[in-house]
Design a protein around this ligand. Structure first.
Ligand SMILES: NC(=O)c1ccc[n+]([C@@H]2O[C@H](COP(=O)([O-])OP(=O)(O)OC[C@H]3O[C@@H](n4cnc5c(N)ncnc54)[C@H](O)[C@@H]3O)[C@@H](O)[C@H]2O)c1
Ligand SMILES: N[C@@H](CCO)C(=O)O
Ligand code: NA
Length: 437
């Protein structure tokens, strides 16, 4: 049996998960791959961490990733450092040296993916990234291969474990935001910079990659509309529940005749949908294809071994395909590089969806009539409404309105008019709503 030599860049959470699974399941994995996949060198700036991971195993430990990417016997480089700097440099060097690359680095691919995939294409090597989206869930495999017959219509996913964990723990245990974030960091879910998680950036990296392989468009992270969970208020989570909805941070990629919607934001979804009941650090992605209908993928999107599971799946894929003619391998972005689409990513003002609006109003006759006539003038139709009784001794209260589908710019124009009414106080809270059907 041939041995395929692998070099590991980064011995942190995912590096350790990958190393340990490969050690534990070596025999089973070799039976599948038809080759022995062997990590022969581990590089980490923190040499002690790498040494502790490798233990007594036969594997060189170094603190300079260049030794991995320049190693003559290493065929596959696994990049698990993260970020755009040294990770990009080492990935491009590995490709230039004719090595295949496996990476979990969605930030790098969502921003520099086109350059990296082009370099790999020119050199005839593979860049595999199953771990980059929804960790252990084989969503890249499903989109690039399993659903290849379909014209994919939309994808909607809970694709950041940290924020789903925060939303779940806050709702169920009444814990505060900072306490739950610290716990997510301790469990190894959070990014090195946790603002990437809570501000929706990490989910947008993943949605960008899914949009590319679903629709055959270049990676365009800079065009994604991104909102995180930091401005979400507990009161809206409660009102949503009363109306039969849950609020989740969704990554959405949708094809429309005018272009592609690519957006990440807190979203109301009907509580009866399976995806609405995905809790804790779990991830789930719904993919709607024209032939297959809706399919749902669920599992652990973060953590050492779930993510390591995806890294090793890529190693096995590469081991199986390494000898194949590069033209016969699965294209990096699922579509042949000369058959990419130029469909634009739509600005958020052009997006069409439904809305949850919360207005703080004076409890006076005629307020509701004023609001509904503004909505009617803007051709926004109302799906449901909830008017709270004012608290004892209060003269103001909340009105919650759920709209039918309309364009974002219509809703924004109507909100400006509603906020100008003397009986409406402060800003109107707007949260997008998706029925996912
Ligand atoms: N943690 C997860 O659950 C998870 C899931 C999916 C994807 N990812 C991605 O995987 C990658 C790694 O994440 P992680 O959580 O394992 O991070 P981590 O911080 O636990 O590990 C990164 C390791 O890289 C090392 N490192 C930093 N600079 C280096 C350099 N110049 N040369 C060599 N080593 C260097 C660090 O010392 C550290 O040990 C990131 O791209 C992340 O986005 C993480
Ligand atoms: N920080 C990411 C890790 C997995 O990509 C998350 O919380 O989902
Ligand atoms: Na995955």
């Amino acid at each position: 049996m041939k041995s395929i030599k692998v070099g590991l860049l980064g011995a942190g959470t995912v590096g350790a998960g990958t190393f340990n699974i490969l050690k534990r399941n070596q025999e089973e994995i070799s039976r599948r791959a038809g080759h022995k996949i062997e990590i022969v060198m581990v590089a980490d700036l923190d040499l002690a961490r790498a040494k502790e991971l490798v233990g007594s195993a036969e594997c060189e430990v170094v603190n300079d990733g260049n030794l991995v990417v320049n190693h003559p016997d290493i065929e596959i480089v696994v990049e698990l450092i993260g970020g755009y700097g040294i990770a990009k440099d080492l990935v491009l060097k590995a490709i230039a040296n004719g090595k295949h690359v496996v990476t979990a680095n969605k930030a790098l691919l969502a921003v520099h993916g086109d350059e990296i995939f082009k370099a790999a294409q020119d050199k005839g090597v593979m860049v595999a990234y199953e771990a980059a989206v929804a960790g252990g869930i084989p969503i890249i495999k499903a989109l690039r291969e399993g659903l290849t017959a379909n014209r994919i219509e939309w994808i909607a996913g809970i694709i950041n474990g940290t924020t789903n964990f925060i939303l779940s723990e806050m709702r169920d245990k009444g814990l505060d935001f900072d306490t739950v974030l610290k716990e997510a960091q301790r469990l190894g879910y959070a990014e090195a910079d946790p603002t990437f998680d809570i501000e929706g950036v990490d989910a947008a990296h993943k949605a960008t990659l899914m949009a590319s392989i679903a629709f055959g468009i270049p990676v365009q992270f800079d065009k994604a509309h991104i909102e995180g969970i930091t401005k979400l208020e507990a009161i809206d989570i409660r009102y949503a529940e009363q109306l039969g909805y849950r609020i989740k941070l969704l990554g959405i990629a949708k094809r429309t005749p005018q272009g592609i919607e690519l957006r990440v934001h807190p979203t109301l979804i009907p509580a009866k949908r399976l995806i609405a009941n995905v809790e804790g650090a779990m991830n789930a992605v719904v993919v709607q294809g024209d032939a297959v209908g809706a399919t749902l993928y669920y599992g652990k999107g973060a953590g050492a071994e779930p993510t390591g599971s995806a890294v090793i799946a890529d190693l096995v894929d590469i081991a199986r395909l390494a000898d194949a003619d590069p033209a016969h391998r699965v294209p990096h972005l699922a579509f042949q590089p000369n058959a990419m689409s130029a469909l634009p990513i739509l600005p958020i003002s052009e997006v069409t969806t439904s809305y949850y609006l919360r207005l703080h109003v004076s409890d006076k006759l005629g307020v509701l009539a004023n609001v509904t006539s503004i909505l009617a003038e803007s051709t926004i139709s109302v799906d449901a409404m909830l008017q709270k009784e004012p608290e004892l001794g209060e003269s103001q209260t909340d009105i919650i309105i759920l709209t039918h589908q309309t364009q974002e710019k219509n809703v924004e124009a109507a909100i400006s008019k509603i906020e100008a009414l003397p009986t409406v106080h402060g800003k109107v809270t707007k949260i997008r709503l998706e029925h996912l059907s």
